[in-house]
Design a protein around this ligand. Structure first.
Ligand SMILES: Cc1cc2nc3c(=O)[nH]c(=O)nc-3n(C[C@H](O)[C@H](O)[C@H](O)COP(=O)(O)OP(=O)(O)OC[C@H]3O[C@@H](n4cnc5c(N)ncnc54)[C@H](O)[C@@H]3O)c2cc1C
Length: 445
């Protein structure tokens, strides 16, 4: 038995853990009856990969095939996106979709159907999967794709590991000329301005805003909107960049070596940090060439930054509300968060593009993600926010959640009941895929 948690260190549980190097080994693990769930790299925030018995997937991490002409890659599901970038960026290829950390597995990316800064143009990670192999609870392997075993494919993408263990996947990487991003940063004085920025014609491939969720009044929603494109070789100016255009700078630099005491993160420190960050960005539009690590993964440069929140842990409240309700809804929700004074460092705002899927989180609309240290007051606030999110037709992201109840899930995910039934059918037999998350939100009994 060992103590495990996901990224928010809430909850922390005792679990029996085991990895596997081969399909046969995994099959023998599944032959033992009881409940279990796949654990990728534990970068979901709550309890999605927690259970008294977990199967660690990280050792199952081989690259199986790559087509240099099309960028089509087949790899095992335990490989980290970080490892793919290390191998393929120097060869001129990038991920089709990446979240704000590269320290996640391909299996975790599919199971949560993760989104990135290009969702409005390229959709979610799952929309790029051409085919995948999944081991079911009886040890059989299903090959599925949008055309083959499509129902099973659709319930597995975004299905949070509840249909089986994803073994391998095939998807296409995108061509890049350089490891750099041409970035434009715009300071927005309030929520209206940043939303205008998101909705302005002339699409950028990547866009996201850091928003100061403690600012109030006329400054409510003041933000820094960041947009980017992969830089072409001709756009590089720095001689060292030009000399090695596919060699990025900036990896891991700092580390938080131990859990910080609870008082380190007070409202005042957060307010000061947010004000300094906002003030650092001059008004108007700034342009620069940034390494891809700086642009996509600023948080990865501080190892174990989750320890800043101390032993009590933290959670991320991420919701989406439909675009039509976005302006009013986001305004009201932000007002409530700012008044509570509970939100922490800069929150992330993004406009998603359209997405039709069975159980995935994204829908066309505004999504806001912000971290909260675990506290009774925060839990009380979330209940109020849940009601507002649901009233505006929105929902919460399962990969970030550690406290939503079954009623909220049933009310906000249109296919919640069909999903529960599908998982029940797939779970018939000895072994059942279930997590603390699936039990809490009523998907498994
Ligand atoms: C700093 C940070 C930034 C983030 N930014 C974003 C973002 O911008 N966009 C976004 O969408 N997400 C974001 N996330 C969330 C993260 O991308 C997802 O939670 C992702 O699923 C984590 O993958 P993992 O490999 O760590 O899997 P885990 O967290 O271990 O597991 C996540 C889920 O995937 C399932 N799973 C894992 N491997 C398999 C497998 N082989 N077969 C079947 N099921 C499997 C687990 O059972 C679980 O349900 C962020 C997380 C962090 C810490």
């Amino acid at each position: 038995m060992r103590r495990i948690s996901d990224w928010g260190n809430y909850p922390v549980i005792e679990a029996e853990t085991s990895g596997f190097d081969s399909v046969e080994q995994l099959r023998s693990r599944l032959a033992e009856p009881g409940e279990l769930i796949a654990y990728g790299n534990g970068r979901s925030y709550g309890d999605a990969s927690l259970q008294s018995r977990v199967v660690l997937t990280r050792r199952f991490d081989k690259l199986l095939a790559f087509d240099e002409t099309t960028g089509e890659l087949t790899c095992q599901a335990g490989v980290l996106l970080a490892d793919l970038l290390d191998v393929f960026v120097p060869r001129g290829w990038f991920l089709p979709v990446t979240p704000g950390t590269k320290l996640i597995t391909v299996g975790g990316a599919i199971a949560a159907d993760v989104h990135g800064k290009n969702h409005h143009v390229d959709g979610s990670f799952g929309q790029h999967i051409r085919s995948m192999d999944v081991m079911r609870n009886d040890g059989s392997i299903i090959t599925c794709s949008p055309a083959r075993n499509a129902e099973f494919f659709n319930v597995t993408v975004g299905g949070m590991g509840l249909t089986g263990i994803i073994l391998q996947a095939t998807f296409r990487l995108r061509r890049i000329e350089t490891a750099y991003i041409r970035e434009e940063t715009v300071r927005a004085a309030n929520l209206g301005e940043v939303m205008d920025g998101f909705e302005a014609p002339g699409e950028w491939t990547y866009s996201v805003a850091w928003i100061d969720c403690l600012a109030r009044g006329d400054a409510l929603g003041r933000s820094i909107l960041m947009r980017g494109e992969h830089a072409t070789a001709g756009e590089l100016v720095n001689p060292s960049h030009k000399h090695a255009p596919l060699k990025p700078g900036g990896g891991m630099k700092l580390d938080v070596p131990f859990m910080m005491p609870g008082f380190a993160l007070s409202r005042l420190t957060v307010q000061a940090f947010n004000a300094a960050y906002y003030g650092k960005c001059r008004s108007g539009t700034q342009a620069r060439i940034a390494g891809y690590n700086q642009f996509f993964y600023p948080l990865d440069s501080v190892g174990n930054w989750n320890r800043i929140y101390g032993r009590r842990g933290f959670t991320q409240y991420q919701f989406v509300i439909p675009k039509a309700a976005g302006r009013e809804g986001m305004h009201r929700i932000l007002e409530r968060i700012a008044a509570s004074g509970l939100g922490s460092f800069l929150a992330v705002l993004k406009l998603f593009g359209e997405q039709e899927s069975f159980i995935s989180f994204p829908m066309e609309g505004y999504t806001l993600a912000l971290d909260f240290p675990i506290s009774f007051k925060a839990m009380e606030l979330f209940k109020e926010l849940d009601a507002m999110v649901a009233d505006y037709g929105g929902r919460l992201y399962l990969a970030k959640d550690s406290r939503m109840d079954a009623a909220m899930f049933a009310r906000t995910y249109p296919n919640a009941d069909e999903f529960r039934q599908a998982v029940a059918v797939l779970n018939e037999g000895g072994t059942r895929f279930a997590s603390l998350l699936s039990r809490r939100i009523g998907v498994t009994g």
